[in-house]
Design a protein around this ligand. Structure first.
Ligand code: HEM
Length: 408
């Protein structure tokens, strides 16, 4: 086993060698990340961080725009603790995972499906290799085999329906999904796995968070399109889009069962190094929420929204919502009763699946942290218990049945 010092020297030498030409796609991701996963991102030596910081500042990499962007975002992610701006987004590499903007919802669903398939296929390979005696770092505190079997089944359950919708992937194995990855996607999978510590289970945690984020960001994009259409008085495929939102969230629920196979002791160990990073900072989740309807003032003033200042500012600026734009259309007689009822029913489905999401999340948190505080500066489980009472579309049924929105 090489000493930590000689491993650091090797990594620094590889980065310096790369720096002679600075071709973005040739960056030594494997060497650097191989080392990072052996020691944990929290424990990267300053010699490595300083050389990365130097190349970030002075080194404009050459190559395709996509390769350069990936490298730029990688520097941004790996240097988060060094820069003292570590948070949820940098922990899970959200900037690396950003999807193109301005894409129509069906195409965007395809992008989400492809990404979720890749993230889970990568997880499946990691778990299978470790269980089969060929472990990759991070490797400490590996789960027992029976737990791995369950983990694999649940990962396949979320990967399969997503992969089945991607042209060319079909109902297929994790290996086939990974074989279908482009070179850029392979580097993306490498770059987005930066565990803070050395425990096997953090790999699972990161991939599950990333797969959920893909789902949330799709849901936010799709609902923004619904709002635009309702504001333009086009209600044609609005319900279909909302069903797709509900279906995608429903399909993602087993991700929580998958994460429940994480060993609580492992989680409690590596979360010592994730303080300040909490999914309460997820902008996509909050954007999805406040596209449904404007949250109550108390929630806007709570950590739920003070943790996502950009989203909060948009709400305070009067961002349009599904609820308000639908209501406007009903009141003005711009939608017939059948279309309106279908949208209402889709909204109910989104609501009930989201309630299931919150309940499952709550139960998982009880299991993993018990009475400990959250990493997002809340009291933890009591916060999650309190948000169960919130609704995405508050009182929608009562108001409709009271005739408030009767057609004029
Ligand atoms: C070990 C598993 C998990 C535990 C123990 C946990 C715990 C918590 C806690 C305590 C909070 C409150 C904020 C804080 O102080 O951190 C929170 C919020 C949140 N978590 Fe998790 N969580 C887990 C997994 C996940 C996963 C996989 C997701 C999916 C991205 C997620 C999404 C969220 C969201 C969106 C919030 C904000 C909820 C709101 O403000 O209404 N969590 N979580």
């Amino acid at each position: 086993m090489r000493s930590d010092f000689s491993a650091v020297v090797d990594v620094v030498r590889e980065i310096e060698r790369w720096g002679q030409r600075k071709v973005a796609k040739d960056f030594p991701f494997e060497v650097l990340l191989g080392h990072l996963r052996e020691v944990g991102q929290h424990f990267l030596r300053v010699e490595i961080l300083e050389i990365l910081a130097r190349f970030r500042v002075c080194g404009v990499a050459i190559g395709d725009e996509a390769d350069r962007l990936l490298l730029f975002r990688f520097f941004d992610t790996i240097l988060d603790k060094y820069d003292k701006r570590y948070d949820y987004a940098t922990y899970i590499g959200l900037s690396l995972l950003a999807q193109p903007v301005g894409v129509e919802w069906r195409e965007r669903l395809g992008l989400r499906d492809r990404r979720v398939s890749l993230l889970l296929a990568d997880l499946i390979r990691f778990e299978r290799d470790a269980d089969g005696g060929m472990p990759h770092a991070p490797g400490d505190m590996p789960p027992p085999s029976r737990l791995v079997g369950k983990r694999l089944r649940l990962a396949v359950r979320v990967m399969e329906p997503a992969a089945a919708r991607v042209p060319g992937l079909g109902r297929t194995s994790a290996d086939a999904v990974l074989d279908g990855a482009t070179d850029l996607e392979r580097r993306l999978l490498l770059a987005t796995m930066q565990p803070v510590y050395t425990l096997h289970d953090e790999y699972l945690f990161l991939r599950v968070l990333q797969a959920f984020e893909e789902t949330f960001s799709f849901m936010a994009v799709a609902l923004a399109e619904v709002v635009r259409k309702l504001c333009d008085r086009q209600s044609d495929d609005v319900a279909e889009t909302m069903w797709a939102v509900a279906d995608t969230l429903r399909e993602s629920l087993p991700l929580f069962s998958l994460l429940a196979t994480m060993q609580p002791e492992a989680f409690q160990t590596f979360r010592k190094f994730t303080d300040g990073a909490s999914a309460i900072q997820s902008e996509s989740y909050k954007a999805f929420e406040c596209l449904c309807a404007t949250p109550e003032r108390a929630r806007l003033e709570s950590p739920a929204f003070t943790s996502v200042p950009w989203v909060r500012a948009e709400v305070l600026d009067g961002r349009a919502t599904v609820y308000d734009s639908w209501r406007q259309l009903v009141v003005s007689g711009g939608i017939d009763e059948v279309d309106s009822a279908v949208i209402l029913s889709a909204a109910h489905t989104v609501e009930s699946i989201h309630q299931r999401w919150k309940q499952t999340h709550y139960r998982l948190a009880v299991r993993m942290i018990g009475l400990r505080e959250g990493t997002g500066a809340t009291e933890g489980v009591p916060y999650l218990n309190a948000v169960l009472a919130n609704r995405l579309f508050p009182n929608i049924v009562q108001r409709v049945s009271s005739g408030e929105f009767a057609h004029e």
